[in-house]
Design a protein around this ligand. Structure first.
Ligand code: ZN
Length: 196
C-alpha cells in the first residue's frame, strides 16, 4: 500500500527532502496541536541519529523512540510503572511525526510541512518497551501565493483554501509531490486556482 509506513525510518526515507527546494527535513515527534502545557506542545522532540528522546512529567518518566525498530523504551523504568497506563496516556495526546523544511528562505515562502497519522502502541514482551503499529500519512500542507493547500492523504484529495475567504475549498486530486518538480506543482495548483 502506497500510504502505509512500517516504521518512522520508512517514513523519513520516503520523505527525505522538501519537494520545493530539496533541502533536508527536520522531523519532530510531537502531540496533537490542541494539547499544550504552558503554551507549547506537551511533547516536542527532534529526530537525532534515528532516535527521539522526550519525557512525560506526570509519570516522571524519560522515553526514547527508535525510528528503525518502532520500539518506545522507558529509560528510567521502575517496577511500579504500568505500561498499559503509559500507552493509554500517550495515545490520548495524539502522538505523531511532523516534518518541516530546514531551509528558512523556502519555509518563509512555501511553509511546507508533512505529518503522519496518529500513532498507536502495543505491549511487548519487554517490560519497559512498547511497540508501535505501522501507520499512514495524514497530510502535507503548503502555501502558494494567497492560497493555503492541504494534500489530504487520508481523504485522498487536494484542498485549496484562499486566505481570508470563508468559502469552501477547491478540491482536486491528491498530488504526489515527491515525484513532481516544484514548478510543476505550482503550475498544477495555479491551473486549479484559475477556476476559483
Ligand atoms: Zn524547502
Amino acid at each position: 500500500m502506497d500510504n502505509l509506513y512500517k516504521n518512522i525510518l520508512d517514513f523519513t526515507n520516503r520523505h527525505n527532502s522538501c519537494p520545493f527546494c530539496k533541502s533536508p527535513l527536520d522531523y519532530l515527534f510531537t502531540n496533537y496541536i490542541g494539547f499544550k502545557s504552558n503554551g507549547s506542545a506537551i511533547i516536542s522532540s527532534s529526530l537525532s541519529s534515528g532516535l527521539f528522546y522526550f519525557n512525560m512529567k506526570n509519570y516522571k518518566i524519560n522515553l526514547m523512540i527508535n525510528a528503525e525498530n518502532n520500539l518506545l523504551e522507558v529509560l528510567n523504568y521502575s517496577e511500579s510503572d504500568n505500561m498499559s497506563h503509559i500507552k493509554n496516556f500517550l495515545e490520548q495526546l495524539g502522538p505523531h511525526v511532523e516534518a518541516y523544511c530546514t531551509n528558512d528562505k523556502c519555509d518563509s515562502i512555501y511553509s511546507y510541512s508533512i505529518r503522519t497519522d496518529l500513532f498507536r502502541f502495543k505491549l511487548t514482551d519487554f517490560k519497559n518497551k512498547l511497540g508501535m503499529n505501522p501507520f499512514i500519512m495524514d497530510s502535507e500542507t503548503f502555501i502558494i501565493d494567497n492560497f493555503w493547500i492541504k494534500n489530504d492523504w487520508i481523504e485522498d484529495s487536494l484542498k485549496i483554501y484562499k486566505k481570508n475567504d470563508e468559502s469552501g475549498p477547491v478540491i482536486g486530486k491528491l498530488l504526489k509531490l515527491n515525484n513532481l518538480h516544484a514548478d510543476v506543482v505550482k503550475q498544477k495548483i495555479m491551473t486549479l486556482i484559475s477556476f476559483y
